[in-house]
Design a protein. Structure first.
Length: 161
């Protein structure tokens, strides 16, 4: 992961199988960033039926900026972005003052590898899910609030709570 490579399928599958077996997943679940390969997609479809697959369409430059700008609090897990959601005090968590960390997989050289691997292995899944009638493309550019509004429709959620 630190080098920007994907986690091995067997480990991801073990984690997924365990998590989907919990009671709170019986009424539905949301996966973020999975599946990433054709093999994972086929395995997931054997484990659980899917209602919808959402692809967030975001320009590569925006993705790179989001990832390389991410900072995390190692104590409480809060996530910041130096551009779009900076902490009140640079480099410090707003909640507990802990020094924020820049994860190794969010460094520019690792992000470059991650985006390349993503394009090679994950982009082909678009056609896979399009053929099955599951694919919904959502414009992922903009603020979290803007993207959330766009996401609600393909998930069948009311536009406003």
């Amino acid at each position: 992961m630190r080098a920007g490579r994907l986690v091995p399928d067997d480990l991801v599958l073990e984690i997924l199988r365990e998590r989907l077996g919990r009671p709170d997943a019986t009424q539905g679940f949301l996966l973020d960033g999975y599946p990433r390969t054709q093999s994972q997609a086929e395995t997931l479809e054997r484990l659980a039926p899917l209602d919808v697959v959402v692809w967030f369409d975001v320009p590569a430059g925006t993705l790179g900026e989001r990832l390389t700008g991410r900072r995390t609090c190692p104590r409480c897990g809060s996530v910041y972005n130096v551009v779009s959601r900076p902490p009140r005090v640079a480099g410090r968590c707003d909640h507990d003052g802990t020094e924020l960390v820049h994860r190794p997989d969010d460094r520019p050289e690792a992000v470059e590898v991650r985006l390349r691997v993503f394009g090679e292995q994950t982009t082909p899944l678009l056609e896979h899910y399009r053929r099955r009638g599951l694919l919904q493309i959502v414009d992922g550019a903009g603020s979290p609030a803007e993207v959330t509004v766009r996401l609600r429709r393909p998930l069948g959620a009311p536009e406003r709570l």
